[in-house]
Design a protein around this ligand. Structure first.
Ligand code: HEM
Ligand code: HEM
Length: 270
């Protein structure tokens, strides 16, 4: 396993431990007055991002860095850039989750931009990796030869997953720069990242791996292609309608959910 792959996996596990510690901190913090340095709001945003941006996203990158050379049959364009990606994403993520605790927005904003920059480094590296010619000598692929058609569908999922991350993270940064956007953008940001980036990545990796684990071809590649379009159209439709609903009736929508939340009669999944 390459150093940067290991780096992402170790970082991911460290964020998992950190998330547990931050989560446990809710108990003492909820008992101290609000004007003390650490706010529960900051802690909430820190916990969410320690888990999702730290643990989940870094684990996805660790696994991707391991699998991409096997499936694409290409070496990375630049291992050095992979290390830069690792360093920048750790600096940015730590900056967000530590300084959000103290509501130090100046550092949080810079950290958010560093995370966005780290993603651009990753995309640049991937772009030139896929442009390079395939490796002449075969490397041992423990998963064996794939089913090419299923792999093509899988690559579409993973490609779009990264595109959603590239949209979702700048939306997050935009909310730090302009907090007035939070009411309208938060559900869009959450779903673009969770349904777009995380879920599509899980689908893509599953379409790669399951046929290999089961040692038989995918039941229907056509269904995988349909799922791809349904997932994308549904997500984009949700994001656009949230944007529209937000710009027309954001205040009403939020007070509606708040009323139901306070009354204990929560509709739907809330
Ligand atoms: C550069 C990276 C990111 C930045 C700057 C960022 C920023 C933000 C901000 C400003 C909020 C609103 C906080 C509030 O409620 O006031 C937020 C919420 C949220 N973010 Fe991110 N985010 C980033 C990456 C991610 C990623 C990668 C995920 C998921 C994989 C994610 C998931 C969420 C979720 C689920 C919420 C809603 C949490 C809640 O209900 O309070 N974010 N983010
Ligand atoms: C058909 C699929 C889905 C629908 C229709 C849906 C719908 C919703 C709605 C209506 C809200 C409340 C938004 C608001 O505050 O205005 C919400 C919040 C949320 N959903 Fe979903 N959701 C779906 C799938 C998912 C999935 C797959 C995930 C995670 C992987 C997810 C994670 C979240 C999170 C973290 C929030 C809180 C965001 C916030 O604080 O603003 N949702 N969802």
């Amino acid at each position: 396993m390459k150093g940067f792959t290991k780096g992402f996996i170790i970082s991911s596990l460290a964020y998992l431990v950190f998330t547990g510690i931050l989560g446990a901190a809710f108990i003492p913090i909820s008992n101290i007055p609000n004007d003390i340095a650490i706010s529960t709001y900051g802690l909430l945003v820190s916990v969410v991002h320690s888990f999702l941006l730290g643990f989940v996203t870094m684990m996805i990158f660790g696994v991707s860095y391991h699998l991409i050379p096997l499936f694409s049959e290409r070496d990375f364009y630049s291992p050095f850039l992979a290390f830069i990606h690792l360093a920048l994403s750790n600096i940015g993520t730590l900056g967000i989750i530590i300084f959000m605790l103290f509501l130090n927005y100046a550092v949080v904003k810079i950290s958010a931009l560093i995370v966005v920059l780290s993603l651009l480094v990753f995309v640049f590296n991937m772009f030139f990796t896929f442009l390079s010619s395939p490796r002449q000598s075969e490397i041992h692929n423990p998963f064996g030869k794939g089913d090419k058609e299923a792999d093509k569908a899988a690559i579409n999922f993973t490609r779009w997953s990264i595109i959603y991350l590239l949209i979702g993270c700048p939306l997050g940064a935009a909310m730090f720069f302009k907090p007035a956007l939070i009411a309208d953008f938060r559900p869009i940001h959450a779903h673009i990242n969770l349904m777009g980036f995380v879920s599509l990545m899980i689908f893509g990796v599953s379409y790669h791996m399951f046929p290999r684990f089961a040692q038989r071809p995918l039941f229907s590649v056509k269904m995988a292609r349909w799922q791809f379009w349904l997932a994308n159209i549904g997500l984009i439709g949700m994001a656009i309608s949230w944007w529209f609903a937000g710009s027309v009736s954001s205040a009403g929508r939020h007070s509606y959910f708040r009323t139901h939340r306070n009354s204990g009669r929560l509709p739907l999944c809330l």
